[in-house]
Design a binder for this molecule. Structure first.
Ligand code: BDP
Length: 718
């Protein structure tokens, strides 16, 4: 049991009565229409039903004999005119599963407007069986809320992965285009099973080479392999490509030779890949070139590319993850040993504010096929961030959400952190952009401002490891991302439960135990890394392990001390009107939740306030005592997760049991490392003792500071 099969294991159901009821009901399959997608649906059904029931279903020659019928609006057989489906409500990707009677015989029907809708319905039906639901009277209508549900691979052409912790890239550029690894097909199947319909193959820190003809042939081979599963291919576009591979002197978006170059490049791509999705672009951020290099705006850059792909139906996802040189210019003055000296200057610049400052002024200037892709928080995928103030602040521009499935700041490949609660916290957050109830889910599904174009992106956690994600529970985050992209209103616990049933066991107590572990895991990582609104205090560059003392990284805002601002008075970043005033980027109702340090939701306290060590917390404790307690709670939760997992030895297969057991013990060790390092470091400012119940660190601060990470995979550009 090596984890390769993900949640599509289709192992035989133990309950014999259930098995035979499923197999009786679904014994004769008839698929109306012919296409690679419908063939994939049929193949999946045969594989799934044979595995789950032990009985291979048959292909039915006639409608009369069939008990499971798959058709689209266009292939619905004439005999079945009595079966009415509200096709208009299903859109492109939605599906309907019903039970009906044809001449007194009960049948199950999967129908949709498109073949891909039928495939999604097929996976849904199989999931009902995998989770052992009753299907005698099944009635499901399911339509995705978001149009483009995409994975972003930060994969380099040399197969390393930026911030990747599951081995190397699954794209083997060397053997493409001639060799199609079964893994590509299984990747597409897995994505289709949870409704993901797009994949950006390459890193946002882009390499122009992928746009050369030879690489495009390799991209085409992947696109062809994915197409039956409805998975569109996208690429990252390096803004300087016209210079790097096109021989032009400039990449200025207003230069006609540059515009033509991109137009021809797009034509070449669409010639090979008619359903190519479009480009994802990181521009003028962390050293990437962009339109500002030529004194043009993000809108100028995005629009030029939008015009190139627009004639072919493509889209541009232009990232808002930018922070410009205004912070950098403070570097020379920035002296962390005298943190307060330059605070007013640095605070005025506050990286938190930059994406909003640069992008809101461009609202209304983007072409119709451009989405601005915004990370969930204003800084960078921290264990907990307030939502980015851009959401709701650009009414005329469709905004795409960017979540990070790979765990750059969450313990990387060895920590069990189920991220659905994090995603939900963001999706459910109320921006108040149009009054109460203007949730982020409504911003990105397009309903708030009536955009028909909508997208969501998850930075992939997938690699060449046999089990795809290295940590077996990394699969759960991939799974949950797909489910929430389809339905942002779904419940994180329900998703966890169904994932556990498909992935590990049906034993009710064990399902409960594992689900509880997963649901506790996100708060645990917040507590043992960055409680109460601390953020970005990890080791520099690799972002692995604690580094609250980091004060010598290349830019002011790459340093932990820039973010936590510990001093003898207290802790936290004042982002209220007396500080950087980043808070002003939110609507008044949101500001009201956070602006007063006495009433601020304590999950965000140190994001917005510099408060005294003696600050009176809601628990009645001082800030210092509360901070210590939270770090301890983080460690305690991991220990409870260990105990829970250990209780499952007889239920889980030995291979995955031991794998997770070992990983949890690394997590416990690292949680202690975080707690000890942070408390010792912050204690040099608070000068207060550890409260009762908090375990004393077993080494000195100097020892923790001296720990150097020998190897951190996936190191990135900062
Ligand atoms: C940060 C990563 C860096 C990425 C960057 C981005 O540390 O490796 O390139 O984000 O999203 O999280 O562009």
């Amino acid at each position: 049991e090596d984890g390769y099969r993900l949640w599509l294991r289709y192992d035989k159901i133990e309950n014999a009565a259930l098995r035979s009821s499923y197999s009786n009901q679904l014994q004769y399959i008839k698929v109306y229409g012919q296409s690679p997608t419908l063939a994939a649906a049929q193949k999946e059904l045969v594989m799934g039903l044979s595995g789950l029931t032990g009985n291979t279903p048959r292909e039915s020659a006639t409608t009369e004999q069939a008990s499971l019928l798959l058709f689209t609006r266009f292939t619905q057989p004439a005999q079945l005119t009595g079966i009415t489906t509200d096709y208009a409500a299903l859109g492109q990707d939605g599906f309907c599963i019903t039970t009906a009677r044809i001449k007194e015989k009960k049948v199950t029907i999967i129908t949709a407007n498109t073949d891909i809708g039928v495939l999604y319905g097929t996976f849904h039906l199989l999931r009902l069986l995998q989770t052992q639901q009753p299907i005698q009277a099944v009635q499901v209508v399911s339509v995705p809320a978001i149009q483009h549900r995409i994975l972003n691979h930060w994969d380099n052409l040399n197969r390393t992965i930026e911030r990747g912790y599951a081995g190397f890239s699954i794209w083997n550029w060397h053997t493409l285009p001639d060799y199609i690894d079964q893994r590509y097909i299984d990747y597409a199947r897995a994505n289709a099973s949870i409704g993901i319909n797009g994949t950006v193959l390459t890193n946002v820190n882009a390499n122009a080479l992928v746009l050369t003809h030879d690489y495009l042939l390799k991209v085409k081979a992947l696109a062809d392999a994915f197409r039956p599963y409805g998975l569109k291919v996208y690429l990252t576009a390096k803004f300087s490509a016209p210079v790097e591979i096109g021989g032009l002197k400039t990449a200025d978006p207003l230069d006609t030779s540059v515009q033509h170059w991109w137009q021809h490049k797009a034509d070449e791509i669409y010639e090979l890949i008619p359903d190519f999705g479009g480009f994802l672009v990181k521009a003028n951020s962390e050293g990437q070139p962009g339109p500002q290099t030529y004194n043009r705006t993000h809108a100028d850059g995005a629009n030029m590319l939008a015009d190139a792909v627009g004639t072919h139906g493509g889209i541009i996802m232009w990232r808002a993850f930018v922070y410009d040189v205004r912070v950098q210019k403070h570097d020379e003055d920035f002296d962390s040993n005298k943190t307060n000296k330059n605070l007013p200057d640095i605070a005025a610049a506050d990286r938190f504010k930059q994406a909003y400052a640069e992008f809101t002024k461009l609202d209304g200037q983007f072409r119709k096929n451009v989405l601005v892709q915004v990370k969930n928080g204003p800084i960078d995928f921290q264990p907990r961030e307030p939502f980015s103030p851009l959401f709701g602040a650009m009414p005329q521009t469709p905004l795409a959400m960017e979540f990070q499935l790979t765990m750059e700041y969450l313990g990387q490949g060895t920590h069990l952190v189920y991220q659905a609660p994090l995603f939900k916290e963001v999706l459910d957050a109320d921006t108040y952009a149009t009054g109460k109830g203007a949730t982020i889910a409504k911003v990105i599904d397009g309903s708030l401002y009536h955009h028909s174009l909508s997208a969501i992106a998850g930075v992939s956690n997938i690699g060449s490891e046999r089990n795809w994600t290295n940590h077996p529970f990394g699969q759960a985050t991939w799974y949950a991302y797909g489910k929430l992209a389809w339905n942002p209103n779904a419940n994180a616990r329900d998703i966890a439960r169904e994932w556990v049933q498909q992935t590990f066991t049906h034993q009710p107590q064990a399902v409960q135990t594992i689900t509880d572990m997963m649901m506790a895991s996100r708060e645990a990582v917040v507590n043992y890394m960055t409680p109460l609104g601390l953020h970005h205090i990890m080791g520099a560059s690799g972002h692995w392990g604690p580094g609250p003392w980091v004060n010598n990284a290349g830019r002011a805002d790459w340093n932990s001390v820039y973010y936590h601002r510990a001093d003898s008075f207290g802790l936290g970043f004042n982002r209220t009107a007396t500080g950087s005033n980043a808070l002003a980027q939110y609507k008044p109702e949101v500001q009201a939740q956070w602006k007063d340090s006495n009433t601020c939701d304590e999950r965000y306290l140190l994001w917005f306030h510099h408060v005294s060590w003696q600050h009176h917390m809601h628990s009645g404790k001082t800030l210092w005592d509360e901070l210590c307690t939270r770090y301890q709670q983080g460690v305690d939760t991991v220990r409870r997760m260990q105990a829970s997992w250990n209780s499952l030895q007889t239920v889980i297969d030995p291979e995955r049991f031991h794998q997770v057991q070992q990983l949890l013990s690394i997590q416990e060790k690292e949680a202690r490392w975080w707690r000890n390092s942070c408390l010792l470091y912050f204690q040099t400012y608070s000068r207060m003792p550890l409260p009762a119940g908090v375990e004393p660190p077993d080494h000195t601060l100097d020892y923790y500071k001296s720990i150097r990470s020998l190897f951190v995979p996936g190191a990135g550009s900062n």
